[in-house]
Write a protein that binds this ligand. Structure first.
Ligand SMILES: *[C@@H]1O[C@H](CO)[C@@H](O)[C@H](O)[C@H]1NC(C)=O
Ligand SMILES: *[C@@H]1O[C@H](CO)[C@@H](O)[C@H](O)[C@H]1NC(C)=O
Length: 389
């Protein structure tokens, strides 16, 4: 009986110990579980925080990119403006008492300007899809050196014949005609050319060749525009240009009293008169009848003007200095009012030998045919649309 009681007590104490162990283990397990769930919670939080951070970084990088872009465009803008200012300074330096493009000082000029405004009110109505303007000079090619310091050369600007015409000098009665540009470049002097003898002499460098006709300027008492058929070698027509008191149109090329030009819209005359003698005037002519269709007085000064050309109804006047420096387009006038001086790019010509005696635009090829101290040079133009400045 005593032995049994002892056994019972032993069993009881073992059970109690066992229970305590189980309780202890259970508590530990619970604690571990708690910590595991805490870790899990923390991990998810870290993961979501990491995701957020990543998103923030991405959006900040994007906005940084955008800022970089705006900074770059601003810098570009500043760069071109500095460029322009530099070139303008360069111009002013070489200009020596330069005349700005618009100069309205004294009362006399004021009156003339009002008159001019009146004249220009009649809007140029011609419908045209031609809207190119010059953006820069892309390339230059020196073809040859024939002839004297002054002269003019051009291809037939009508495009059909491909013939090349040389007006050597500023007052002659012979024009040299080459069948192609290749003939011209491989000819020794004028040996491969045909002489076109004209009945009256041409004066200055202001002539054009358009659709197998030479339009040359002849000057006796009055200024005449003569139309000469290059096929049957005879004068087709001749008119007296209907303005009085001509003065040479370009300050630096006194032999050229009047200049003719061809663009995408046809024949133009560029001239100057005593009435408005500080500025250049221009007129649209009918190439068939030689009638004047409309006239404009521009705000482009004659002083230090070297020559000019017309593209899509916009006059580009090229200026230089008495000691020849780099020629540049420093004044433009658009008959359709689409381009102003402020918007027009300041186009510089590459350095050359002397200065341009003539610059003839060919609308078929978008090339300028230049005569510079006896050299025949081609300038390739790059264009843009008038309204995209
Ligand atoms: C071109 O004209 C110049 C004078 O301006 C003259 O000296 C020269 O001989 C002429 N050239 C030719 C090939 O006739
Ligand atoms: C030359 O040709 C034109 C037409 O192309 C004609 O009007 C003119 O009479 C001709 N002249 C001569 C002299 O044959």
């Amino acid at each position: 009986m005593r032995g049994f009681a002892l056994l019972l007590a032993l069993v009881y104490s073992a059970t109690a110990q066992h229970q305590a162990l189980i309780d202890y283990l259970e508590r530990r397990l619970l604690a571990i579980e708690d910590r595991i769930s805490l870790w899990q919670e923390q991990t998810t939080r870290y993961a979501s925080e990491l995701r957020e951070l990543k998103q923030q970084m991405v959006s900040q990088l994007e906005s940084l990119d955008k800022e970089k872009e705006t900074l770059r465009t601003t810098l570009d803008g500043v760069g071109t403006r500095v460029d322009r200012v530099e070139r303008e300074l360069d111009y002013l330096e070489t200009q020596n008492g330069a005349q700005p493009c618009v100069d309205v000082d004294d009362k006399l000029i004021e009156q003339q300007v009002t008159l001019v405004k009146e004249k220009q009110k009649a809007k140029y109505f011609k419908l045209t899809d031609c809207s190119d303007m010059i953006s820069s000079i892309k390339a230059m090619k020196i073809l040859k050196r024939v002839g004297g310091p002054k002269g003019m050369w051009t291809k037939d600007t009508g495009g059909a014949s491909g013939k090349v015409y040389i007006f050597n000098g500023t007052a002659e009665e012979t024009i040299n005609e080459f069948a192609t540009v290749q003939d011209f470049t491989r000819s020794a002097g004028f040996s491969l050319s045909t002489d076109l003898k004209i009945p009256s002499s041409w004066k200055g460098t202001g002539h054009v060749v358009y659709n197998n006709h030479v339009y040359y300027v002849n000057q006796e008492e009055e200024i005449k525009v003569v139309k000469f058929d290059t096929k049957n070698k005879s004068i087709t027509d001749s008119v007296v240009f209907p303005v009085q008191d001509h003065v040479p149109v370009y300050g630096l090329n006194p032999e050229t009293v009047m200049d003719l030009a061809v663009d995408e819209e046809g024949l133009w005359a560029i001239y100057a008169t005593r009435e408005n003698e500080r500025h250049i005037s221009m007129a649209k002519m009918d190439s068939n009848s030689l009638d004047i269709e409309q006239m404009w007085d521009t705000n482009c000064p004659r002083e230090n003007a070297e020559t000019a050309f017309i593209i899509c109804g916009t006059l580009y006047v090229v200026y230089n200095t008495k000691q020849p420096g780099r020629s540049r387009v420093q004044c433009v006038f658009d008959v359709n009012d689409l381009v102003t001086n402020e918007e027009a790019p300041l186009v510089y010509f590459p350095k050359r030998y002397g200065f341009h005696a003539s610059l003839k635009y060919n609308p078929q090829e978008q090339l300028l045919y230049a005569w510079d101290d006896g050299y025949q040079i081609l300038y390739k133009l790059s264009m843009k649309k008038k309204l995209e400045i």
